[in-house]
Ligand binder design. Structure first.
Ligand code: X8Z
Ligand code: ZN
Length: 616
């Protein structure tokens, strides 16, 4: 599931269009001296305004219909049922027929030829509409139709899959919990393998989708689907890859220490005498090795028992209270009525999407989240993450922001907001203020920072390395079908220093076990960028607004922090993302703040790793 939009759509719409300030046009207009018979030159701003108003109204209507159908398809998955998938495919086809229509494409191009006569806001909207058109050009309507169908089917397979461990059906929540807790390495391997069993079932569908996705965007001149997604940032594929590789390199020295540390600590934990050069994937407390924070328990700061006691619903309410304390409004009642926040009851006759997402159903006030919240640290953070999307939606759904620009400054910002709140909600002064931990208890700051690094720093080689490199190869380099798994594990070794517990041939498809590979394609670098942005924002908030140590903040109740975040959210995509960052933090996009945050940990890790063999 596209983390916060719909899989087949990428942008938002325009409602009752905000009055646009007209800039003087260079087109000469009729003057009193002009001969009366000569037709007046067209007023391009007026033409664009008329077009955008109509376009946006229809776009928003179709978007809402598509969202409703997708919501149903992601929350009620019944094996063999075709009613939902049929309805979803039809709604998405209607959307595609409109956004990709030849008439709309022609008109958009025509208007954009007069860019210099239009307002900046109009140009942005027209460009967004043309970007959306490239995802569904009706010049190749049959290909688009097949892609829509293939996407719907892939979603059903992905979330309808019945995971089995020791002969019993289990949920992904169960598998995650087992991977966090199980101490027996042989059992761990079984659990890990159980979590990868879905891969082969998705292979044919994914290969088909690759071709259909590439063909779709090629019709409007994009070389491949990866380039198409990168262009949403105003960047080429090569520029995006250069950026993510740079981020990865900047975090590499820290990762190298964490990797060495983890190999030795886990070998000790699992009673393995010979420390392996590379980490067996089944040793790590996460299905893809993207978050190792469960490896460390900080005495006095372990949230799991208290969260288990408070329960899932409390977590959602608490996250809302946190946003409200900053000055954000209460969530609309419909959020609670219409969302799907918790795991399905045992024995339910249907399944639901098991990955968290947030939905802007109508690009207005109908906001919902799809989660399977349980009382634990991982869901506590994820709840804050999803509400970040929800408050972003609500904040830019205002009359100043045209419907087509109701998106994040870029996709990475959208991911950053809630993750930032998730980080803030786990720092000790915040937790103490909330009464979740004893403020008087002595807690180890180094262990706290280590636990955070095992979450945020460990994520970078996965997101900017393995995922981005694999999808780049897959879409742009047309990675051959008999090298998909080999490439995945070569990247995991190179970037994460992780190897599979046993050889994983091409009969498996381990990348496809990551939901994004199927339904949020060629965009995973969003998350790497979001962590970089998150630390930039956090650094600014801590030092400049709260005047607190970034390692020990308490945002709770700070209207100034709320103002700062809402100011970034309010314009949506109507402001350039680079300008926003520079204006708000005084910096360009950079891993500086993230590296600086973890700097105090380096000395400790080097000390711990003294005499140990480094393999990366
Ligand atoms: O997919 C997500 C969000 C989607 S709204 C829950 N995340 C990435 C992942 O789970 O792989 C958040 C951080 C990384
Ligand atoms: Zn997200």
């Amino acid at each position: 599931m596209k983390k916060y939009f719909l899989p087949t759509l990428t942008a938002a719409v325009l409602t009752a269009c905000a009055p646009t300030a007209k800039t003087p046009t260079t087109t000469p207009t009729a003057t009193t001296t002009a001969p009366a018979a000569q037709p007046a030159a067209p007023d391009w701003q007026e033409q664009a305004e008329t077009f955008l108003k109509e376009y946006s109204t229809e776009y928003q209507r179709l978007y809402a219909q598509s969202s409703e159908a997708e919501w149903r398809s992601n929350t009620h998955i019944v094996a063999g049922d075709t009613a939902n998938s049929g309805a979803t495919a039809r709604a998405n086809e209607r959307m595609a027929a409109f956004t990709g229509s030849a008439a709309n494409i022609q008109r958009l191009r025509e208007l954009l030829e007069h860019k210099q006569d239009l307002t900046e806001l109009q140009v942005k909207q027209l460009q967004t509409a043309l970007y959306n058109a490239a995802n569904s050009p009706q010049t190749i309507a049959e290909v688009v139709k097949r892609r829509i169908k293939a996407e719907t089917q892939q979603t059903e397979k992905l979330y309808g899959f019945d995971y089995k461990y020791q002969g019993k059906s289990v949920t992904t929540n169960d598998l995650d919990e087992l991977l966090r807790k199980e101490k027996n390495p042989a059992k761990r391997q079984q659990i890990w393998e159980a979590s990868k069993a879905i891969g082969p079932t998705l292979k044919e569908g994914l290969l088909n989708l690759r071709d259909l996705r590439n063909q779709t965007v090629q019709a409007l001149g994009y070389p491949d689907y990866f380039s198409y997604q990168a262009s949403d940032y105003g960047m080429s594929r090569e520029e995006m890859m250069t950026l993510v590789r740079k981020i990865n390199e900047e975090l590499r020295p820290l990762y190298r220490e964490l990797h060495t540390y983890a190999r030795y600590e886990l070998a000790k934990k699992y009673n393995v005498k010979q420390v392996p050069d590379y980490l067996p994937a089944s040793w790590l407390p996460n299905r893809w090795g993207q978050d190792w924070s469960a490896m460390v328990d900080v005495k006095g700061l372990n949230l799991d028992p208290v969260l288990a006691k408070k329960g899932a619903e409390w977590q959602v309410k608490q996250a809302e209270r946190f946003y409200q304390s900053l000055g954000f409004p209460a969530l609309p009642a419909s959020f609670y009525e219409k969302s799907s926040l918790y795991p399905l009851p045992k024995g339910a006759t249907y399944k639901k999407n098991n990955h968290a997402s947030a939905w802007h159903m109508d690009l207005n006030q109908d906001v919902r989240s799809l989660m399977s919240v349980e009382g634990n640290t991982e869901w506590y953070e994820t709840t804050h993450h999803e509400l970040g999307h929800i408050y972003y939606y609500l904040t830019y759904a205002n009359s100043e922001v045209p419907v087509l620009l109701r998106q994040g400054a870029n996709r990475g910002y959208h991911e950053a907001m809630g993750s930032l709140m998730g980080l803030a909600a786990t720092q000790k002064p915040f937790l103490a203020g909330l009464g979740l931990v004893d403020p008087k208890s002595q807690t180890d700051q180094t262990q706290t920072l280590l636990k955070e690094a095992l979450n945020y720093a460990v994520f970078i080689p996965f997101a900017s390395g393995v995922m981005s490199e694999w999808e780049n190869s897959f879409y742009a380099d047309k990675l051959p079908a008999d090298q998909l798994n080999a490439r995945w594990w070569a990247l995991a070794k190179q970037y994460q220093g992780i190897v599979p517990p046993t050889t994983r041939g091409e009969q498996y498809l381990d990348p496809a076990t990551k939901t994004h590979i199927n339904d949020d394609p060629a965009q995973y670098y969003d998350y790497a960028l979001s962590y970089v942005i998150l630390f930039q924002l956090h650094d600014h908030i801590a030092k400049k607004i709260l005047k607190q140590d970034p390692h020990a903040t308490n945002y709770y109740g700070s209207k100034e922090v709320g103002q700062f975040l809402a100011d970034i959210m309010r314009p949506g995509a109507s402001k350039d993302w680079r300008t926003v960052l520079k204006e708000k933090t005084g910096e360009d996009l950079s891993a500086r703040a993230m590296v600086e945050y973890f700097e105090p940990l380096m000395a400790y890790l080097k000390q711990q790793n003294k005499g140990r063999k480094y393999t990366m």
